[in-house]
Design a protein around this ligand. Structure first.
Ligand code: HEM
Ligand SMILES: *[C@@H]1O[C@H](CO)[C@@H](O)[C@H](O)[C@H]1NC(C)=O
Ligand SMILES: *[C@@H]1O[C@H](CO)[C@@H](O)[C@H](O)[C@H]1NC(C)=O
Ligand SMILES: *[C@@H]1O[C@H](CO)[C@@H](O)[C@H](O)[C@H]1NC(C)=O
Ligand SMILES: *[C@@H]1O[C@H](CO)[C@@H](O)[C@H](O)[C@H]1NC(C)=O
Length: 330
C-alpha cells in the first residue's frame, strides 16, 4: 500500500518537476533572441475585420487625396528602418519626450498621421486593444500600393508597438537623397536588405512627390541628368526659395504604381540624386533594366522586398505593447 502511495507521490513530483522545466524553458525562450512571430492570420480570431477596416480607411483617404497612398507607404518605410517596424515614427513629441517626427528626413515631409488615427479609432471600436499601429502601417502600405494599380501580397501581422522612439537613430538610419550608391547600399545592408531589395524598394518612387529642397542639389550640381528635364526643374525650383514646391517622383504618373520610375532612370530623369545613383553603378544596371522592361518582375521583387522590410523587428517576445492611440505610448 505504502509502496503504491510512494509511487503516486513520485509520479506527482516528477510531473511537477516536468512542468517547472517546461516553464523555465519557455521563459528563457522569450528572453532569448526570439523575434515577434509574424503571421498572415494573426488577427483571424481576435479581429477578423481588421484588414477590411484598414482597406476602407486607405480607400477613403486616397479618394480625397491620391498622394496619400504614397505618403502611407513612406510612413511604413520610415518606421521599419528605425529600430524595426514598431510604430515608433508615429509617436508625438511632448514636454518630456522627443520622438522621430522632427528628425531631418521626417520633419515637414511625412504625411498621413491623421489617416492612421482615423483607422486606429475604427479598429479600437471594433476590437479594442488588439491591432498594433505598426501593423496598421504594414497593411495600409499594401492597400495603398494595390489600389494605385500595384501588386498585392499577403501582409504578415503581429508586430508590437514601441514604448519609445529615437530621433538620433532616425537621422542615422534613414537614407538621404544626397547619398551615393555606397552609402545607400550599406544603409539597406544594415537592415538585412540586399542590393536587389534596395533597387526594388526604390521603385516606390513611382508614386508620390518630392519637395524642391530634396532635389535642388541634383538639378544644380549633377551632370548625369537629362538637360531639358533639368531645365524644367530649375524653372520651378530656384536656387533660393520655393523650397516646398512639389514635383512628382515619376514625372508622368505619380499616382500610378507602374515601372516608369526605372524607365526614367535609363534616360537620366531620376528626380533625386539617390534615385539616379542606383543606375550610375554598373552593379545596378542589369536590375534597373530588368525592372524597366518587365512590370511583372518588378512587382514580384517589390512584393518580396516589402515583406522582408516588414519583417525588420527589434522587439522580442512580449516587449512593447499594442498602443491605444498611435501618437502616444499607453
Ligand atoms: C533608397 C533610399 C531612399 C531615399 C534616399 C528616399 C528619399 C526620399 C525623399 C527625399 C522623398 C521626398 C520627401 C519630400 O521632399 O518631402 C521621398 C519620398 C517618397 N519615398 Fe523615398 N527614399 C528612399 C527609399 C524609399 C523606399 C524604400 C520607399 C518605400 C518602400 C520610399 C517611399 C517613398 C514615397 C512613397 C515617397 C513619396 C511620399 C509622398 O508623396 O508623400 N522611399 N523619398
Ligand atoms: C538612439 O540611437 C542612437 C543611434 O543609433 C544610439 O547611439 C543611441 O544609443 C540610441 N539611444 C537610445 C536611448 O537607445
Ligand atoms: C560616398 O559618401 C560617403 C559619405 O558621404 C563618403 O565617405 C564616400 O567617400 C563616398 N563614396 C564615393 C565612392 O564617392
Ligand atoms: C515657384 O514655383 C512656382 C510653381 O509652383 C513657379 O510658377 C514659380 O516660377 C517659382 N518661382 C521661382 C522664383 O522659380
Ligand atoms: C510623452 O510621450 C511619451 C511617448 O509617447 C509617453 O510615454 C509619455 O507618457 C508622454 N508624456 C506625457 C506627459 O503625456
Amino acid at each position: 500500500m505504502s509502496r503504491v502511495i510512494n509511487t503516486m507521490a513520485f509520479l506527482k513530483f516528477s510531473a511537477l518537476l516536468w512542468c517547472i522545466l517546461v516553464l523555465i524553458a519557455s521563459l528563457s525562450h522569450v528572453e532569448g533572441s526570439t523575434r515577434v512571430e509574424l503571421s498572415t492570420g494573426y488577427y483571424y480570431h481576435t479581429c477578423p475585420e481588421a484588414a477590411q477596416i484598414v482597406e476602407d480607411g486607405v480607400l477613403l483617404a486616397v479618394k480625397s487625396d491620391t498622394r496619400m497612398g504614397a505618403s502611407l507607404l513612406r510612413l511604413h518605410f520610415h518606421d521599419c528602418f528605425v529600430n524595426g517596424c514598431d510604430g515608433s515614427v508615429l509617436l508625438d513629441d511632448n514636454a518630456t519626450f522627443t520622438g522621430e517626427k522632427t528628425a531631418f528626413p521626417n520633419s515637414g515631409s511625412l504625411r498621413g498621421f491623421e489617416v492612421v488615427d482615423l483607422i486606429k479609432a475604427k479598429l479600437e471600436e471594433a476590437c479594442p486593444g488588439i491591432v498594433s499601429c505598426a501593423d496598421i502601417l504594414a497593411l495600409a502600405s499594401q492597400y495603398a500600393v494595390y489600389h494605385l494599380g500595384g501588386p498585392s501580397w499577403e501582409v504578415k501581422l503581429g508586430r508590437r508597438d514601441s514604448l519609445t522612439a529615437n530621433r538620433t537613430a532616425a537621422n542615422v538610419f534613414l537614407p538621404s537623397p544626397a547619398s551615393n550608391i555606397t552609402t545607400l547600399t550599406s544603409n539597406f545592408a544594415v537592415q538585412g536588405l540586399s542590393f536587389k531589395d534596395m533597387v526594388a524598394l526604390s521603385g516606390a518612387h513611382t508614386i508620390g512627390f518630392a519637395r524642391c529642397t530634396a532635389f535642388r542639389s541634383r538639378i544644380y550640381n549633377d551632370v548625369d541628368i537629362n538637360p531639358p528635364f533639368k531645365q524644367y526643374l530649375q524653372s520651378i525650383c530656384p536656387r533660393v526659395g520655393n523650397d516646398s514646391v512639389l514635383q512628382g517622383m515619376d514625372l508622368k504618373t505619380p499616382s500610378h504604381f507602374d515601372n516608369l520610375y526605372y524607365k526614367n532612370l535609363l534616360v537620366k530623369k531620376g528626380l533625386l540624386h539617390s534615385d539616379q545613383e542606383i543606375y550610375n553603378s554598373n552593379k545596378a544596371d542589369p536590375i534597373v533594366r530588368k525592372f524597366s522592361r518587365s512590370l511583372t518582375k518588378f512587382y514580384k521583387s517589390f512584393a518580396k522586398a516589402m515583406i522582408k522590410m516588414g519583417d525588420i523587428s527589434h522587439l522580442t517576445g512580449t516587449q512593447g505593447e499594442v498602443r491605444l492611440h498611435c501618437r502616444k505610448a499607453n
